[in-house]
Design a protein around this ligand. Structure first.
Ligand SMILES: Cc1cc2nc3c(=O)[nH]c(=O)nc-3n(C[C@H](O)[C@H](O)[C@H](O)COP(=O)(O)OP(=O)(O)OC[C@H]3O[C@@H](n4cnc5c(N)ncnc54)[C@H](O)[C@@H]3O)c2cc1C
Length: 372
């Protein structure tokens, strides 16, 4: 049995942020990651100002090779049915997720066991026993005082902690295809298609001279069929004649926040990042993964130093981040208050009143289709 103070499951932004907080406090920390690092993850890789601020405060400057080309995304161009469009300022950075997560992992200060899957866990009075399996088939037994579960949107740890959650939430499948092709889609724009006939969340953008297309469908529907619909819709508009599929990634996602359904763990297992339900509107999750990872790491470190149970303390400390995520689904605030990551108010100001009214109407129609 290998002993650690803290074992962290998942080497995404939440796990790495938690690991860094604990390592800086002198604790013995391990990150267990089932994939080999660097690993790809279905994600547009847009860092909103909250993510950028947290990173510069807790991790320092982003290395050059983490930044994509172009490195800035300034506008989310919303496309509605019948060709209506609206430009929303977003002020984001665009990163390469494989390199970004590998960098976070490297500077986390933790021992990293990649290619190692956490298979089962059992909580004891003095800690948590973990059973892990390496890609080679070798098994590992680990004991740690506290576990931070940051194993992403379809967290197996959360399924074990609260099996009823899976049934309570509506699940979606995201599919991301990357193509090498010649096309005239403007770099520096994130194109969002609020066109329910294609999929619930449909987007396209250029990154590192590759075209990236994303669709999201309800579980049970075929994401590949939605992707075909999207190709049919987009490709003639941006003059694509030939394209080579470079990469295909998928994952399950759910929106827990609008339903107020979260899982932050047990006495000794703290759930952070998307695993806990912290996913913001428009599928933005890196900011809350980093923030909740830092909170979990701090709570875990304080609990070990003061010899107190971390779970109840974490529930108190995470409340603010939970409220923040819920507030991103306040559509009136999103559209009319301004100041958030997606500045609809500023975008609307550039439009005539009739166009503003039309875009608001289209936006609400799209939202209504999501609720069906
Ligand atoms: C199509 C799409 C586009 C998105 N675009 C953006 C965007 O532009 N900006 C943004 O902020 N957010 C975006 N998101 C959301 C964002 O990717 C996630 O919210 C974020 O990665 C969550 O971070 P995390 O650390 O909680 O989990 P993850 O980044 O998912 O990391 C979890 C890790 O846990 C590992 N793991 C899982 N199970 C085990 C196990 N049993 N044992 C060991 N390891 C395990 C996984 O391999 C993974 O590496 C997007 C999501 C999707 C689907």
């Amino acid at each position: 049995m290998i002993e650690y103070d803290i074992a962290i499951i998942g080497a995404g932004p939440a796990g790495c942020a938690a690991a860094r907080e604990c390592s800086l406090r002198g604790l013995r920390v391990v990150i267990i990651e089932k994939k080999k690092i660097p690993r790809h993850k279905a994600c547009s890789g847009i860092l909103i100002p909250d993510s950028i601020n947290t990173l510069s405060k807790h991790f320092g400057n982003l290395p050059h090779d983490v930044m994509a080309v172009p490195s800035h995304i300034n506008v989310m161009r919303m496309h509605f049915p019948r060709g209506n469009i609206g430009d929303i300022p977003i002020n984001g950075l665009m990163i390469r997720r494989d390199k970004f997560d590998a960098w976070l992992c490297g500077v986390s200060g933790a021992e990293v066991l990649d290619g190692t899957k956490m298979q089962s866990f059992s909580e004891k009075r003095d800690g948590v026993d973990l059973r892990c399996v390496k890609q080679t088939g070798e098994t590992l037994a680990i004991h740690s005082k506290i576990v931070i579960a940051s194993d992403g949107g379809s967290s197996n740890m959360v399924k074990k902690i609260d099996p009823s959650l899976k049934e309570k939430l509506p699940w979606y499948v995201a599919l991301q295809n990357t193509y090498a092709c010649e096309c005239n889609l403007e770099p520096g724009y994130f194109h969002f298609f609020a066109v329910p006939q294609i999929s619930s969340y449909t987007s396209a953008y250029m990154k590192d001279e590759l075209l990236i297309m994303e669709v999201v469908v309800k579980r049970g529907e075929k994401a590949s069929v939605a992707m075909d619909r999207f190709k049919e819709y987009l490709w003639r508009r941006i003059d694509i004649e030939e394209a080579r599929l470079v990469r295909q990634l998928g994952c399950s996602i759910t929106y827990a926040a609008p339903r107020g359904i979260f899982c932050f763990g047990t006495d000794r297992v703290l759930v952070a990042g998307e695993a806990s339900g912290l996913l913001n509107f428009f599928g933005e999750g890196i900011s809350s993964a980093l923030a909740s990872g830092i909170i979990a790491g701090n709570v875990a470190s304080n609990s070990i130093q003061k010899n107190i149970m971390p779970g109840p303390l974490y529930l108190q400390e995470i409340e603010k981040e939970k409220r923040k995520t819920i507030s991103t689904f306040n559509y009136m605030k999103l559209l009319f208050k301004g100041g958030g990551a997606f500045n609809f108010r500023k975008g609307f100001k550039t439009l005539k009143w009739s166009k503003r009214a039309l875009l608001c109407k289209n936006f609400f129609i799209w939202l209504l289709t999501l609720k069906k």
